[in-house]
Structures are given as C-alpha cells and as structure tokens.
Design a protein around this ligand. Sequence first.
Ligand SMILES: NC(=O)C1=CN([C@@H]2O[C@H](COP(=O)(O)OP(=O)(O)OC[C@H]3O[C@@H](n4cnc5c(N)ncnc54)[C@H](OP(=O)(O)O)[C@@H]3O)[C@@H](O)[C@H]2O)C=CC1
Ligand SMILES: O=C(O)CCC(=O)C(=O)O
Ligand SMILES: [Mg+2]
Length: 739
Amino acid sequence: MTKAKIIYTKTDEAPALATYSFLPIVKSFTSAAGIEIETKDISLSGRILANFPENLSDDQKVGDALAELGALAKTPEANIIKLPNISASIPQLQAAIDELQAKGYAIPDYPAEPQNAEEEEIKARYAKVLGSAVNPVLREGNSDRRAPKAVKNYAKKHPHSMGAWSSSSKSHVASMSANDFYGSEKSVTVEKATDVKIELHKADGSVEVLKEKVALLDGEIIDASVMNMKALKAFFAEQVADAKETGVLFSLHMKATMMKVSDPIIFGAAVSVFYKDVFEKYSELFEELGVTPNNGIGDVYAKIKGHDKEAEVITALETVYTDAPDLAMVNSDEGITNLHVPSDVIIDASMPAMIRTSGQMWNKEGKQQDTKAIIPDRSYAGVYQATIDFCKQNGALDPTTMGSVSNVGLMAKKAEEYGSHDKTFQLASAGTVKVVDASGAVLIEQSVEEGDIFRMCQVKDLPIQDWVKLAVKRAKATQTPAVFWLDENRAHDAELIKKVNKYLGDHDTAGLELLIKAPVEATTFSFERIVKGLDTISVTGNVLRDYLTDLFPILEVGTSAKMLSIVPLMNGGGLFETGAGGSAPKHVQQFVKEGYLRWDSLGEFLALAVSLEHLGDTFNNPKAKVLAETLDVATSKFLDNDKSPARKIGSIDNRGSHFYLALYWAQELAAQDKDAELKAQFTELANELTTNEAKINEELIGAQGQPQQIGGYFLPEFDQASKAMRPSFTLNDALSQLV
Ligand SMILES: NC(=O)C1=CN([C@@H]2O[C@H](COP(=O)(O)OP(=O)(O)OC[C@H]3O[C@@H](n4cnc5c(N)ncnc54)[C@H](OP(=O)(O)O)[C@@H]3O)[C@@H](O)[C@H]2O)C=CC1
Ligand SMILES: O=C(O)CCC(=O)C(=O)O
Ligand SMILES: [Mg+2]
C-alpha cells in the first residue's frame, strides 16, 4: 500500500506567508504519526516557470506541479490541502514576469499583441497561467462549504462589527434590462454523446470556425448566450449619468479572474465609456503604447510613464473626474480606483464587504458613501439587490443571533460559466454563431453584432447526479431545508431543474424539505430564516457557489476565512480548500511594512483536520484519526480563547495564532488515551510549550513593528521569508525536538 500522504500546496501572498510558519508545525505533528506531507508549488511564479523550461537553466527548472495535482485529483489516493492562490489579471502577470526576470529567470516578456508565430506561442503559454487557472483543474468534485458549529459559536460570542443600515440608503445594484447573457441564453440537453463545433456565419456568407471541437457526453447540458456590446456601453453611459445625478459612487463588480475572457472585456467597456474623451482623443497614442482599457486605467498610468505626453494625458484623465461621478476607491490614499485594475474588485468578496459596511464603499476622501454597484448581467445580480432590500427593511443582520446558510455547489468538471473561457469569444464581425453537432444539426444559434461577447457553457450529467446526492446527504445530516437556487425562466436552469427532479427520485428524501426557488426568491427566503436564527442549505450552480460562500460567511462570521470547504472528489479522493476567500494582497503589504500579518489561518486548521480524518479513513490509519480529533478540539479551544489574529500591532498575529494552535493541539494529544505512543511523544512538547507560553509570545510579538525583508513578492526568498515568519527561537526549538 502507498504511504499515507497529504499534499500541502504552496501558493501566493498572505496564505503563502502563513505557510512558512504553519507548515513546520504541521510537519512536526504529522511526522510523529508517520504521515508524510509533500508540498507542491502552484504559485503564480511556479506556474509561470513550469511553462518555460527551455528558457531556464537546469537548476532553475521546476516541474508542472499543477498538472501533477490535476492528475492526482482524479485518483482515489488524492488528499490535497489547497490554499488560495492568485488568479492573475494581465497586470499581475506582468508584475510577476518582471520580478522573475529581475531574479535572473530568462522568461520571455508577455506579448500583449503578438507580432509573429513565436510570440503567439508565448502568449498562448502565458494564457494557461492567467486568471483562475488552478481551481478548475483541481476541482474534480462538487463543493461542500459551511461554517462549523464552533465557528458560529465564536461569532456569537465575539461578533464582528456590522455597519448599520438606513432605510433611506441610496445604494443599489444596477443591471441591464435586455441584451445581456441572461436575456439571450438558450440551452439544450444532448441525449447522446457528440462533438460540437462553434461557427460564426458572417453576413457575407463566409464561415469562421471559432472552436473546432467540444466533446459532449450523454445527457450533457449546454447553453449559449450573448452580451451585446452596444447595449452594454449604452448601459454604462446611463449608469455614469445616473450616479452623477444621484450622488452615489460608481462601482463595477465583475469576476475578471474566473471569467478571464468575458469579464475583462466588460470591464474594458466600462473603462472606455467612463474615460471616453481620453480614449477617443488618444486612440493612436494608446494603440502605439499598447494600452487597452481591458487592463484598467492603471495601464494608462503605467504605459504613459516617461512619455512626452505623460503630463498631458494625466491632465486629460483628471479632467474626466470633474464631470464624472465619484468612483468607489480600492485605496483612497494612493488614488487607486475601482477602474484601475480588473482584478482589484472581485464581486464575490467585494459585494459582501460593501453590504457589511452599511451598503457603502470608500470615496476619494477615504469616507464611506452610498454606492451604485454595477453588475451588468442579470443572471445573479438580483441576489445582491434582494440582500440590500432586506437590509434596508430590517436593518443590519446580527451575528449574535443569526442562522447560517451553507452551500452545496455544482462545480465538478468545470461546470457552467466558470468553465466557459475556452468557449467565449468576442466577435470581430456580425453574423450568426451556431453550435453544430457531429451530424451537422444546429443545436443552438445566436445572432451577434461586431464586438459582442458569445459564451457557451457546459455541465455534465454525472456531476449533476453527484451534486444532487451531496445536497440530499447534507440535508439529511443536518435536518435542514435545502433550496436549489434555480430560475425556471433561465434556459440553462430550466434544463437543470428537469435533472434535479429526476435525480432526487434516486434518493430516500422522506422527511426532508427540498425546494427549488429562483435566486431572488431564495435569497429572501434564506434571509427571512436567518434572522430567526434558522439554518438553510443553498444548493447552487458554480457561480452562486462562489458568490454565496463569501456573502453569507462575511455577514455571519465576518470573513470567509473561517469556512470549512470540502471537495469530495468524484473518484474518491479529497480536496480540502482552506477557507472560501482569496489571497489577501493587502495583508502582505502590511506585513512587509510593519511586521504584522493579520491573515487568519482558521481555514487551514479546519482543512487539515478533515484531511487527516479522510486519511485516517482511507488508509485505515488510527494515528491520523487521533490527530484529526485532537486538532478539532484544539481548534475549538483556540476559538473559545479567541486566539485568532487581531488587526493591530501588539496583539497576536498569524504567527502567534499558529503557536496557540500548536500549544492546544499538543495539550490535547498529551491528554488523550487512544494512542499511547502519541501521548508519550506529545507530553513533552505540551509541557515545553505550556511552560514557555509567555516567552514565546514575547518573542513573537517582539518581532512586530519593523519592516520585513522577504526577498520578493511573487517569489519570496525562502530563507528570508522563513526567518520573518518564524521569529520565536523557543517555539522553533521545541518543534525541532519532535522530528
Ligand atoms: N480559492 C482561491 O484560490 C481564491 C483566490 N482568490 C484570489 O485572491 C486574490 C484576492 O481576491 P479578493 O477578491 O480580494 O478576495 P479576498 O478574499 O482575498 O479578500 C477579501 C477580503 O476578505 C478577507 N479575508 C479573506 N481571507 C482572509 C483570511 N484568511 N484572513 C483574514 N482576512 C481574510 C479580508 O477582508 P477584511 O479586510 O474585510 O477582513 C480580505 O481583504 C485574487 O487574486 C483572487 O483571484 C480569491 C478567492 C479564492
Ligand atoms: O479561482 C478563483 O479565481 C477564485 C475562486 C473563488 O473565489 C472561490 O472558489 O470561492
Ligand atoms: Mg470566491
């Protein structure tokens, strides 16, 4: 039998920093039980390097860890702890390339506009690294995300602050009324497996093949929809005028990471409308400089630097602001606006953060202001408007009494919109896009105009069956109503509803409350229950999985970092995601500036416990089970004693929180009687950590307040970052006694 092994991923930014401190603890504890922890580098820099081996010297070459993990995820042995990673926008990719080149890695520049076949090839390789390139590869299963009871109890005891809501708040969500993806969606279920082709039939009669082949399986649902560019731009222009007139902040909320083809284009359309005069006046100059609105207004500032016309262009941009509405700010101190970088404001985290803050965002004075949250497509925007309506009517939610909404999400096999980027095209000419099957029959057709975005999505039948099964399992385990968030008026959802009804028949659902409601109705239903302290399971497609697992946790427990996030892989393995949030770039900035890391590793603790439990079950390893059980108790104690990182210098930060987890875990292992060997091994450590608690705290807190050297942003120097993240000699020494 293969040795019991857990894969721990090395990622980016705050979670990667946390790993320098937490992984040594994990390795010390697990090695005592004979469990191997292997790390795999799936960071942005690691993924870039893996794609350019021929540009690197032998000692610089790295393996393709992502491809290896993708293959592993399809096997029953998989046991992967996945930390959040950067889903890079083009500006982030460029910054990472610059850093790697400066460090002596001879990787090519990013060819934004390739001039020859070689550059086309380089661009294609970089495209593999862009956007949400990791999660869809590893997610060979559906998703089960929830706040564990201990976490809910913690929030009840230590409620996070919630901004008050006024019924006169002017904040709202603005969406198109027609000609969006929602309005144009068509969907079919194919009975038998077939290959389809996506073709553009142009007005002049010629045919361009947009995608040669998409293989479909028996019973697969496909859909196709179009975002009309003219209507989109007219909508943005109306919203600019309305925001100005009503005095609210203009704020666009997209998912340019997961939706890496469509959403940067939509973002770019907003930028080109907002800064219309500048983009029109300087179109030639921008063309020459390679400025594209899709990279945000930050691209203009970056590329104009040092140019003869720098001052003139900057003045022109500033002139825009005199007539324009105020923009929501990402960083008001540094003048970074909502339209600077497509990946700065990401809808899943940004909308709940706004709702938690009285429905307001930050203006250029650094003050809160009511906001027009622009979500052009209507498919899911109504969920946020319904939440805002609920808060306006009922006031802010109360974390000390509110119930919980967990999620069962359809995610496997790149389901739905989040798997659509290789079937998304911006059309260079008008015509009709046809999805044609192997027999030549047209399954779906959509008429398009020049500049429109066409998108085709797929969802396979087996993942749907597995998702329905998981929903029933969770409903049974918790005896909680489960609501399928599906809109019968949406073509795709209408197909899905047929399957849900069919596959629910495969299960014993006696006594369970299983409902189907359109997203807006489901939102109100869930909030009406939540204020009564009642729990509800949301059973959703892939996009709402993402949105709701930030929305509800951020309102309920202050952050999605405290979520348990399990992906039972369809072939029997386990993927354990840490939390449901991202890589928190601002945490790294704070750490580098003042030696304080406020990243909350609770997600890592929870993921490790379920990973150990899974390993205990699959490898019949009783020691792993003891580690899992004791870690669970330690985590509860950690929450009870409020040892999570605070926000300010002088309190426990991420490193201090790791110490407390180690302390409580060692104490629990020393206290248990199921495994005498573990008891003996950990008694000494527990004593040592207990005795030295004050000293270790002194060493950890004493290290705060200074700028830190970590030797890089995308590729920190191991020794420097490790030293910065492990400043307690006493703790390091105690841990080293174990191995
Ligand atoms: N699974 C993955 O791999 C994911 C990756 N990402 C990536 O992360 C980056 C940032 O995305 P963004 O949309 O800003 O989302 P984030 O979740 O990183 O940030 C939003 C906010 O959530 C809070 N937060 C999230 N996790 C933690 C944590 N562990 N400890 C403390 N606070 C936390 C912080 O809010 P506050 O200041 O209010 O406490 C943070 O500023 C992007 O590159 C994105 O692609 C995003 C989501 C998931
Ligand atoms: O993969 C990504 O880009 C983000 C994923 C995400 O937000 C989530 O899974 O909740
Ligand atoms: Mg998310």
